[in-house]
Design a protein around this ligand. Structure first.
Ligand code: MBD
Ligand code: FE
Length: 249
């Protein structure tokens, strides 16, 4: 049985691509080159990266227009569901030489009422720009953790400061950025996914004021409200981010 929504969207995507092919009078060789690039992207395991690099931001824009709570942004390709529950600290390598980081804030509803016992699922790169569970066999339970908000809706957890992330330039997605004359850097960022029954799940990130790439994120995921001012407490970079959740629809 045909699905109307799939038909409408898939038909429009096909039409849009056909218009581009005609506009640029794409040759059969060029068509094959694009085709092979997709196959290489698949073989390199970079299909999630390709899609998230170019289209996740558009979905976020659509969702932000619909919701009233905090600004959401890219989930990106490196989320894993099975992060451990943590209390004070997200596991990191003792010898990673990263700067300590404190993540703190509150979870509230649209009226400003605290949301207790929300799960804040946090993940970010190592201090040298890799993601656990994806790169170099870093075990999944490092640099990821689920924190619960307390009775007043507050949360606080320690970790290490991540660094800007470069989409690997040897891979097919990085090669595409290069061929397009673009850089493939994302500013350093911390990912969050905030969940509580009765509310819409909020997926967002925080960024660091002064970061070299914050004004030119290759994945276009930066919103001003998510760029946090420099704040240091006993040598730790403090990232204060409050989450306002929309009610579930
Ligand atoms: C990332 O770490 C990321 O968050 C996104 C959105 C895309 C590529 C790498
Ligand atoms: Fe990321």
């Amino acid at each position: 049985m045909p699905n109307n929504r799939v038909d409408e969207i898939a038909s429009d995507i096909i039409d849009a691509i056909r218009r581009v092919l005609e506009k640029h009078e794409v040759t059969f060789d060029e068509y094959r080159a694009g085709f092979n690039h997709l196959i290489e992207t698949q073989q390199a395991g970079e299909v999630p990266l390709l899609l998230d690099a170019f289209f996740n931001t558009t979905i976020c824009k659509i969702e932000n227009a619909r919701r009233k709570g905090s600004i959401g942004t890219l989930e990106g390709p490196y989320y894993l569901e099975d992060a451990p529950l943590v209390t004070d600290e997200i596991k990191s390598f003792d010898d990673d030489e990263g700067t300590p980081m404190i993540l703190r804030g509150t979870v509230t509803d649209l009226a400003g009422k605290p949301v207790a016992h929300a799960v804040i699922d946090i993940w970010h790169s190592t201090p040298d720009g890799r993601y656990s569970g994806f790169h170099d066999n870093i075990p999944n339970e490092y640099y990821r953790g689920k924190v619960r908000s307390d009775a007043e809706g507050g949360y606080e957890v320690r970790s290490k400061v991540p660094v800007p992330y470069r989409i690997p330039d040897q891979g097919p997605v990085g090669a595409l950025f290069t061929a397009m004359g673009r850089h493939s850097w994302r500013p350093a960022h911390v990912h969050y996914k905030v969940r509580k029954e009765g509310f819409e799940t909020l997926t967002t990130q925080s960024y660091f004021e002064g970061d070299e790439w914050v004004a030119s994120d290759c994945c276009e995921g930066v919103y001003g409200a998510l760029v946090l001012a420099e704040k240091i407490e006993n040598g730790a970079r403090v990232m204060s981010l409050d989450f306002v959740l929309d009610p579930a629809t």
